[in-house]
Design a binder for this molecule. Structure first.
Ligand SMILES: C[S@@+](CC[C@H](N)C(=O)[O-])C[C@H]1O[C@@H](n2cnc3c(N)ncnc32)[C@H](O)[C@@H]1O
Length: 190
């Protein structure tokens, strides 16, 4: 299912400078600050500041709800920039990669107010999981200690996958990891 969510700060009604530009894609990406709205940069800068807050704490970063992977990949790349030899820091993302699996009866009130919230919200008509994995491959080609995994994507219902994952790490490394749960509010991007 195609995700029809539109970021309010992108003008959908006219062709963007990015779309109009004849500039080569690589050059566009390298000069991304020309094209993205300030809100996108604010989002990235916020992630950078969050990362710095935990930089001196041993442990992994866990993102519950990865969606397109922008935050997950930002954390991974910032880790490779600020602590390129920290092979203990993992970036772990939990998601169905198929959007919402369903809604609870308790969510009825929210659904009334926001009809966009329904089963399948945040899914796409392509595999987000495969797309992020190909980004992870590119990321791995361009970092130190790339024989040691940095990013882990855990696919499935987090209600099930998180308890299973916690069981696994409690056997092999519970004393080692400090878990930092980062919930990034969409509000922070406004
Ligand atoms: C708001 S998006 C996450 C945004 C992301 N953190 C970011 O910074 O761009 C919410 C995500 O939660 C995922 N999700 C919802 N229910 C889930 C569940 N039960 N288990 C795993 N993932 C779930 C959805 O697939 C969706 O990708």
């Amino acid at each position: 299912m195609k995700d029809n969510f539109n970021y309010p700060y992108f003008n959908k009604n006219k062709l963007s400078a990015f779309e109009k530009s004849k500039c080569d894609v690589q050059k566009k990406l390298n000069n991304f600050s020309k094209y993205v709205p300030r809100q996108s940069i604010a989002r990235f800068v916020t992630l950078f500041e969050i990362f710095k807050l935990q930089k001196n704490i041993k442990g992994s970063i866990v993102e519950c709800g990865v969606h397109h992977g922008g935050s997950l990949m930002a954390f991974a790349k910032i880790s490779s920039i600020l602590e390129p030899y920290n092979f203990n820091r993992k970036i772990i993302g939990f998601d169905t990669f198929k959007g919402f699996l369903g809604l609870d009866k308790k969510d009825k009130m929210v659904v009334k107010k926001y009809p966009l919230i329904k089963k399948g919200l945040f899914s796409e008509d392509y595999s987000i999981y495969e797309e992020i994995n190909s980004c992870v491959e590119e990321y791995d080609e361009n970092r130190f200690l790339n024989h040691i995994n940095k990013i882990e994507l855990i696919k499935g219902d987090a209600n099930k996958t998180i308890p299973l994952y916690l069981k696994k790490i409690s056997i092999c490394s519970s004393l080692y990891y400090l878990w930092i749960l980062i919930f990034i509010s969409q509000q922070a991007q406004r």
